[in-house]
Design a binder for this molecule. Structure first.
Ligand code: NDP
Length: 327
């Protein structure tokens, strides 16, 4: 056995075959895979990473100090099958000199498409309509039945005009959006492409007909969408979140939706995931909840898997990663 072949890698889930083929073909490492579609239990994760040189993980795996300690000093690289990295203890990982690979860009189009689909489904009440057809609630054509809100002539506000935020804005503009507002830590030259106006958060929240959250989850954005935030939104406005659940205070969102403070919400991400089936948000007709499927197209997940594998291999061999997180 060569020195290279004893590199140990723990893969925390069954991943699309595109990535597994790359890892197997490289012949660089002993692969240990949690061969399931369900998340690895914490105890198995801690056991599985022991002595590992590389970890290939998912956003559902919390990689914190305990996991890093369990892995020990061999650990050189963590490659996550996601663009979000809020599940990784970045400060601690950086301190230990461990490199991180992630999957920006390759999921941008799929996530932006899903966001537009969720926005339209929420604003035009598609799940309610489908339900009414099935349950006999469709009696006849009625002038005000199942009316919603349209994008034409509207103001859309994007919180976090990053890769995905810009891709959402590009897709929404052709629907006849009149004003495209955005907020973030700084104005963006690329916003010109969508005639984006950089505005303070308060302005965005109070003037938008559609508020779309596409920022990353950080200590600054955690709980950003709370009671005060929703109280500033128009009563006719729609709230969409495809970033991370923890950006939203869900109790405050429930209150805003049930009291008529805002018109409707569409969420692809929640806290926790999965959202318990008895959760109050699921009792509301004006709340559309999807099971975190932003990047879920076959091709996108295949490319994400390839990129995650290639990042991992580059981290193991000390070469340039296709997508390394700058920490
Ligand atoms: P980017 O890094 O390109 O964009 C992140 C954006 O967040 C930036 O524009 C940044 O603004 C903004 N941001 C950071 N801090 C703040 C803040 N305090 N207030 C407002 N905006 C802020 O990442 P992506 O566009 O590629 O991905 C964004 C997020 O989308 C991911 O982190 C992930 O959580 C989520 N995601 C969800 C998916 C799903 O399935 N639903 C799929 C893929 C991603 P600035 O540049 O000014 O700092």
């Amino acid at each position: 056995m060569s020195a290279q072949q004893i590199l140990k890698v723990f893969v925390t889930r069954r991943i699309p075959q595109e990535g597994m083929k790359i890892l197997q073909k490289a012949g660089l490492c002993n692969l240990s895979v949690w061969d399931s579609d369900e998340p690895v239990p914490r105890a198995e994760l801690l056991k599985g990473v022991a002595g590992a040189h590389g970890i290939l993980c998912l956003l559902s795996d919390k990689i914190d100090t305990e996991v890093l300690d369990a892995a020990g000093p061999n650990l050189k690289v963590i490659s996550t099958l996601s663009v979000g990295f809020d599940h990784l203890a970045i400060d601690e990982i950086k301190k230990r000199g461990i490199r991180v690979g992630y999957t920006p860009d390759v999921l941008t189009d799929a996530t932006a498409e899903l966001t537009v689909a969720l926005l339209l489904a929420t604003a035009r009440r598609l799940p309610e309509g489908v339900e009414e057809v099935k349950n006999g609630g469709w009696s006849t054509w009625k002038p005000l039945w199942l009316c919603g809100y349209g994008l034409s002539g509207s103001t859309v506000g994007v919180i976090g005009l990053g890769r995905i935020g810009l891709a959402i804005a590009r897709r929404l503009k052709p629907f006849g959006v009149k004003r495209l507002l955005y907020t973030g830590r700084q104005s963006k030259p690329q916003a010109q492409e969508v005639d984006g106006e950089y505005v303070p958060l308060d302005t965005l929240v109070s003037e938008s007909d559609f508020v779309v959250v596409s920022c990353s989850l950080t200590p600054d954005t955690q709980g950003l969408c709370d009671k005060t935030f929703f109280s500033k939104m128009k009563k006719t406005s729609i709230f969409i979140n495809t970033s991370r659940g923890a950006v939203v205070n869900q109790e405050d969102l429930f209150e805003a939706l049930s009291s008529g403070q805002i018109a409707a919400a569409g969420l692809d991400v929640t806290t926790p995931e999965p959202l318990p089936t008895a959760h109050p948000l699921l009792t509301l007709k004006n709340c559309v909840v999807l099971p975190h499927i932003g990047s879920a197209t076959y091709s996108t997940r295949g490319v994400m898997s390839e990129l995650t594998a290639n990042n991992l291999l580059a981290g193991l061999t000390g070469s340039e990663m296709p997508s390394e997180l700058k920490m």
